[in-house]
Design a protein around this ligand. Sequence first.
Ligand SMILES: [Zn+2]
Length: 76
Amino acid sequence: MADENSQNGGQLTPAPKCPICAKPRELKYRPFCSKRCQQVDLGRWLGEVYTIPVTELDDEDGEEPATPPLRRSRDD
Ligand SMILES: [Zn+2]
């Protein structure tokens, strides 16, 4: 059986793509494909997409709250 899952467009939901990089997105990080794209999008919201430190990306594959608390840089 061929996978006619994503071929017959119409009724089934077309494979959603990451709005950031257009890769197939992960359920974990929906609607993005990865934590990173999630961060990128968040960065856009904050208007500092180009200054996001992509260093403390913990791979949390747990469920995240709808509105994750924005982690500001630690206080000195
Ligand atoms: Zn992506």
